[in-house]
Design a protein around this ligand. Sequence first.
Ligand code: ANZ
Length: 965
Amino acid sequence: MQDKYDHKDIEQKWQKKWQEDGIYETKDKVDGKKNFYNLFEFPYPSGNLHIGHWYAFAVPDIFARMKRMQGFNVLFPIGFDAFGLPAERAAIKRGLDPKKWTYENIAHMEEQLASMGGSFDWSRKVVTADPEYYKWTQWLFLQFYKKGLAYKKKASVNWCPEDQTVLANEQVINGKCDRCGTEVVQKDLEQWFFKITDYAERLLSDLDDLKWPTAIKDAQRNWIGKSEGAQIEFSISNFQFSIPVFTTRADTLYGATYLVLAPEHPWLTQEILNPKSEITNKSEIKNYIEEVKKKTEIERTDAKKEKTGVEIKGIKVINPATGEKIPVWVADYVLGNYGTGAVMAVPAHDERDFQFAKKYDLEVREVVLPNIVDKRNPPVEGKKIVPRVNVHPIVLNPRTGKYLALKWKLFDWTTFPMGGVEDGEDVVEAARREVRSETGFTNLKLIKVLNGRVRAEYFAAHKDQNRISYTTGILFELEDDNQIAQNLEDHEKFEITWLDPKDLNYEVMTHAEIENWKEKMDPKYTVHTGEGILIDSGEFSEIDSEEAREKIIEKFGKKVTKYKLRDWLLSRQRYWGAPIPVVYDRDGKPHSIPDEHLPWVLPEDDIDFTPKGTSPLGSSKELKERTEKIFGLGWTPEYDTMDTFVDSSWYFLRYTDPKNEKEFASIEKMDAWLPVQKYSGGAEHTTMHLLYSRFFHKALFDLGLVKDPEPYIERMNRGLILGPDGQKMSKSKGNVIDPDGEVERVGADTVRMYLAFIGPYNEVGQYPWDVGGIVGTRRFLERVWKISMNITPFPPLNLRGGAEQSEAGVIGSKLENLLHKTIKKVTEDILAFKFNTAISAMMIFANELEHTPEVSKGTFDTFLKLLAPFAPHMTEEIWANLGHKDSIHLEEWPKFDENKIKDEKVTIVVQINSKVRAQFEADSGISEKEVKEKALSLPETQKWLNDKEIKKAVYIPNKLINFVV
Ligand code: ANZ
């Protein structure tokens, strides 16, 4: 046996042995064992394994190994998501064959993966670019097509001019292509779609029962974006047509002062072409529509971007509630593919409409007021209710930074100057008048009328009546201190006082509206978008907005539910993907390719890969000939290939039955494994892969092809490993850690274990690679190796089975206690994917071993088993050195004994000025804080302390606390 730990001697040796013995090959059924499907997202074969791959596969491997030792039959498969753009890029840039490039990468990565010591079942390898695989991707597409779940339509799509390809919405980040960063434009193309929108409601409601982190569920919920609202018709003033709008705020109907159409609105498209149309500025509108085409959806909906639009002249629509004719605009901020592509604009209550109305000088009509019932002066039952239109002048003295207020003499009130607005009087004038008469100040500079009135209900004690007030707040600055005499009567009632800005609150001031004024004084405030009480809304005035919403829908529209989720665009104008298995007859009508011609293989003759805006498949002679030979002259193949998210939507099904030539997977084999119990992957797949594959699974479920409506029971997103500089690893920053180099230097066990130690794996964090940290991990393994040198192999006792059989008499009870605690901690932490704290516990235990003169083999064996999932090579080597014949990885996972983790009791003595005054029993290891609290709570201590000030407390752990007074 080597007395120094040298990973180079052992790692490859064991990898070979495990491979030869096939210890990780998983049978579909093992008597007496439960199946457990532990899945991780399969990699794209980019060429070189990076540290992210290690983090993604080697760490969940710890979990798989423990589960196996716990007696589960664990499926832990691996494969390659092998289609995709980088292969094609290599073809374009470097003239390489995408297939050759991909498969060489796979071969290379397999070698690298072997060095990880992962317990993957290679016999179930799945490669999505294999014709044996994509045959079934195509077959599944055709099942969807037959069911009406795949369809073709012309659609405006995100187009990357650099990659010459269509991008999914998710692939557009801030208006740019997520791969190359080029500005994305909109383009109309015939495209294939999956009808994921048919599943929106189920994708949403079925989330409730999934054991997924809330953050992932919420992200999916937002992505699906359910919105319950109403559809209301606005007829064109000539009554020949009416335009439906979608609104979530039907209660604001009386405030709809104009209507906006999306530039893509079908009625508008038609009208522009209609020679008899009443629109008088068609060419202006046409130009505008062309302009908007250059903008991406993200730009159009960006709250910070200025909205643009053009009025559609010559027509108006009728607001069904007010009967008024209101103008119609076309504007970029209304999207063609959401709702009905038309909105009723309510600038008083919608921020986008407000910005737009300000810019184009359109009417803003307020119809919902926030309502406050004054808590301190609530309406008194039986008193008269008097409505009042009020004004609150808020006057700042810029020289002192204080606000003008009144302190009432008769009541405990502090208010702004205030008063009623007479019929027809201007609010600003009314405010000036009140300030003048109540305080005598005359020179006020108007800063602004605060946007939106506030309704309040209160008891006006000075008038002995209940009031409903509708108040406008007006901000002034005091220009100078000129003051005329106060109105005499007012002088009797109150005196002037000045308030600090911090005093503008309901504690100091009597106004129930004060918090609203503060909100409205914020420069960022625009309009009241919340609920409230309706005003100026005919029969619905004075009704609560939520109630009014229902009533207005009933009278003027109908309830509808809309989703933000769009159908899944799956066509790609690319070569390296699964060909869409469709051919077109001479009339251009699409036909499924019959099963006997599947796989419909990717052509491999002279393909022109250079981007031209059409699929490279169009340049294949072979494909054209193949099509005509099978289907007849004049028939043409579909040239587009499928989005790779289609390939990855079902790979985990194929793992259950990877070699099946007759089916994508047999129902029995899927039944043995599905649903996936634990799925780990990257946070970036939350709304794409995870949602797509859920949809796919549900569709398969409806087709009777799988048994469960959901594919994954538990999901976790892992974090990200950063470079040592705390930045994302990238070649250009020179901060990339090469796993191969690290494995060479410190060994795979150290690298695996370091990654498991870097941070909690069950949280989406960002962890910088720490050069010192990896040294620490390596030291730990070296220490374990050293401890093993002192263990005598072949002891007389039979030690198989674990700690429960360890010799209690031989190991000290303290060590035994810690061993059982460690088993418990490591087991629970691995289950929770908190590998880092499991490792800490093992480090503490190893430390204890080092300080124990004679460690029994039973104890050490047990410890080694705990460590085995983390450092599979080293533990296997030590295990063999200790005389065991079978692999440690086939051992049973240690169990802990509840009785042995109970802490010993100790007696804590309480002294006051070194005299013993009390004592109590506690668990050994109790903290100083707990001891102090407990000691002080004892009646004897309290008696002797007698409220004297404690100057100092001396604490001896597990023994004594002495209070010095
Ligand atoms: C009038 C209104 C008044 C609105 C108000 C809001 C506030 P969510 O919740 O996201 O579904 N809208 C409807 N269709 C649109 C489209 N195609 N493009 C852009 N905006 C559209 O949003 C629904 C609200 O978004 C709808 O309710 C509509 O504006 C707008 F005080 O109608 B609302």
